[in-house]
Design a protein around this ligand. Sequence first.
Ligand code: SF4
Length: 171
Amino acid sequence: MKIKLASDIVTDSIVDGPGLRTVIWTQGCKHKCKGCHNPQTHDFNSGFEVSVDDVIKKIRKVKLQRGITLSGGDPFEQPEALSIICKEAKKNNLDIWAYTGYTFEEIMNQNNPNHKKWITLLEDIDVLVDGRFIEDKKDIFIKFRGSKNQRIIDVKKSLINKKLIPHSDYI
Ligand code: SF4
């Protein structure tokens, strides 16, 4: 299986979640938020394809990382490939953070045609930062988010309780 990336995988990031993290920048985003920092990641025809196996090999080789972060672009546009990658990362004791422009409620909406594959990916994620970037709500002082409407969600607890539970470390 292939995945479309916007750039090479970045290691040792300290701004995309806690600890040292390996960041996968996916290509393609439909949200077109005004003021987006990564407009080059929007076009689904841009970026480059790599095999999921190659991404996994890279993740296995990297040392001293606390986890991986799925970013973009919107990772939820490529849920099948990322779900495979997340499962492998878990085997290497890495935690998973993901950023998406979709809200938790949109992902949980059973009427959404993507619901099933989104839930499959969500089940592999530990922490989700959700929602579009809203320029009027931009706040440079909040940790790991661009704008105040975005939420840092404890995914495991939210799935068990079937409602959004903010991550207790970031309330
Ligand atoms: S969801 Fe993220 S990548 Fe997509 S337009 Fe909004 S800020 Fe940019």
